[in-house]
Design a protein around this ligand. Sequence first.
Ligand SMILES: Cc1cc2nc3c(=O)[nH]c(=O)nc-3n(C[C@H](O)[C@H](O)[C@H](O)COP(=O)(O)OP(=O)(O)OC[C@H]3O[C@@H](n4cnc5c(N)ncnc54)[C@H](O)[C@@H]3O)c2cc1C
Length: 460
Amino acid sequence: MPHSSNTKARRAHAIVIGGGIAGLLHAHVLSRHFDRVTLIERDQVPEGPTARAGAPQGHHIHVLLTHGYRALTRFFPEFDELLDRHGAPRFDWTRDTAWFLAGGWIKRGASGMVSRLASRPLFEWAIREAVGARGNVRMISGHAVTGLRADPGDNGRVRGVETRPHGAGPHDPETLDEATRTADLVVDASGRGSKVEDWLAALGYPCAPTIDVDAHLGYATRLFKIPEDHDADWTVLYITASPPGLPRAGALSPIEGGRWIVTLVGYNRDYPSTDEDEFLEFARSLAAPDIYETIKHAEPLGPVRGYRRTANRVRKFESMPRWPAGFVCSGDAVCALNPVYGQGMTNAARAAEVLDAFLSDKKRGRALDARACAAFQRRLAKSNQIAFMLATADDFRWPETEGTPPRGLKLVHRYMDRVFKGTHRDADVTRRLIAVVHFLLPPTSLLHPRVLRGGRRERG
Ligand SMILES: Cc1cc2nc3c(=O)[nH]c(=O)nc-3n(C[C@H](O)[C@H](O)[C@H](O)COP(=O)(O)OP(=O)(O)OC[C@H]3O[C@@H](n4cnc5c(N)ncnc54)[C@H](O)[C@@H]3O)c2cc1C
């Protein structure tokens, strides 16, 4: 629903840079506050749910945490139906996941923390379909944004973007018209490889400080056909790494099309191989052999694919001394996380919720001036804090992780070890842990007497 008429002068057109999950979700939110929204994506976006060059992570497992799932079904009432059309399974995180953690299997039990299992291309396709159905969002593919346009007469307010057809040379003409490239608000959601520093530098802004934490984690993923006679009491298998000795982990999940997606990861530069036999050997070497046992005779569908760009990086825009009016940055372009904790899409949804609240805020969101846009970056930074803390706290368990650990982390690790052991005995501890990791409860809720006691032993 577009905005009310008294804000019309300032809320005519918004541009989103990047058509990944964050870009699409931000475009959806903006469509509720602006007359029209233009989303500009560099890739030629495929018609159906298939992987594309600009989102190479699409070949790897993508879990949707419960908060993310709830946000997406709230944003898009048709989300489930779109996934149903392709046969994406549903599951309960604490009942249907067999999770080997800290030397034992977690106690399972239903929790209502449910979500869907799908490939990332299907998640993205479903969101794109839903956003496309909003009458006032125009999606342009095959065009790269090459810079921001500012208005020198209005204190350098950002007024739009420069674009180029993807693959064209620097001197080739623009093909997007003036009205398409001019906006009241530009949102950069172009991912961890965003050129936002260069764009801001070209307008005279200093470089934002960054925080980098790199656990040197590598991925290898392969798809398998689910055998017709497959029968197990779990839907998803998850074998966690065991610090400090065993830096290897793996996950197996059903996705649409009767397939399993199997992702193996190694911290500390212990990268899983993309060689078929070595991939299987790596699976066999995990803390529990269950993934290996499940796939060793299954029919592979396609090659093993690798991926290694997994460092955590936060661009601290909230601490910039100056920030332009008419521009904000979000998604992985602000906070890219080690993907092994499965937070990215959910964090993008949380960022979209922050933008929605910000634009609904009569005082701050209306003007879109420099102070208001800087205030958005501060709100977003606050929202990103938990995800970054959860991801990096675990990364620092590995000796080769680069970055500066926060003080007191050893104590946190010792406490978390107690929580992990508690999950072996007590399904309530499992539920609490999952609720924290899925952004449903604050981390402090793990300081519960039952958790402190190491859980309650249960029968069975
Ligand atoms: C290996 C891996 C596994 C992951 N697993 C999970 C998981 O299990 N669960 C989860 O929730 N998240 C996971 N993630 C993270 C998740 O993919 C992202 O965090 C999330 O999708 C949000 O990303 P984004 O939209 O901000 O950026 P991206 O997905 O990087 O999208 C950015 C988009 O911008 C486009 N673009 C870039 N530059 C320009 C330009 N100049 N002009 C126009 N367009 C441009 C790109 O083509 C791309 O489409 C994983 C990531 C990786 C790398």
